[in-house]
Design a protein. Structure first.
Length: 222
């Protein structure tokens, strides 16, 4: 069971225990994508989501496209998932079911950009200015886009080094039940496994030229 305290952030394990089959927790948000098939059905679902959000006074991000509706919900006041998000997610799933709309959790993913640096304070103001990002109040090494249009940028500590070592890499957060499939696809496409010692939290891969990326999940992070 999830906590009934609407202000307490939920762990990944608690979120999974809520049994939200349509939804996946990616980083600090709940995500879902529903295959509406046409714009009118998508608009109907979006309208119902708006009604539920107003009733709960808890407002998700909604992306209406021709064949799908994608939703992200988290509690802005605590910067994470709470019981409010779980309750809203259940309501949205019920509304989708009433419309005969199915979820597509396997299609979900979130990309973050990681930048290796020995001194993030030296370069953080530059990247904040260039990208127009906002400081994350909970993590000094992270910045985000308040409207969600740009990926989060975070700084990963590393010892000083000279070029041409790669400094940027992508962290791709996927549902935990999709991670193995995504890793296998990357390896089949010419990738190389660098390390899986931290699996299932993250697995490090490289492309054929040695550029790294990480496939990550929420498992093992509580």
């Amino acid at each position: 069971m999830t906590s009934t305290d609407p202000q307490r952030p939920l762990t990944f394990t608690e979120t999974e225990a809520a049994g939200l089959t349509d939804w996946r927790r990616l980083f600090d948000s709940l995500h879902a994508r529903f295959r509406t098939g046409d714009f009118a059905t998508g608009l109907a679902l979006t309208t119902r989501i708006g009604e539920l959000a107003e009733e709960a006074n808890h407002h998700p991000d909604v992306d209406l496209r021709y064949p799908t509706v994608a939703i992200r919900t988290f509690s802005h006041d605590v910067g994470s998932v709470t019981s409010r998000d779980v309750d809203l997610a259940r309501g949205i799933s019920a509304a989708a079911a009433d419309l005969g709309v199915e979820a597509d959790p396997a299609s979900l993913s979130v990309v973050e950009i990681a930048l290796d640096t020995a001194d993030h304070e030296e370069i953080k103001p530059f990247w904040k200015a260039v990208l127009g990002l906002t400081d994350d109040p909970a993590r000094d090494t992270q910045m985000f886009d308040t409207v969600g249009a740009l990926p989060t940028l975070w700084f990963q500590h590393t010892e000083p080094h000279d070029e041409p070592r790669q400094r940027f890499h992508l962290d791709v957060r996927v549902p935990h039940d999709v991670a193995e499939e995504r890793i296998a696809a990357a390896l089949a496409a010419g990738g190389t496994l660098v390390s899986d010692e931290n699996a299932p939290s993250f697995v490090v891969l490289t492309d054929a030229q040695g550029n790294k990326a990480c496939i990550t999940s929420g498992l093992g992070r509580d």
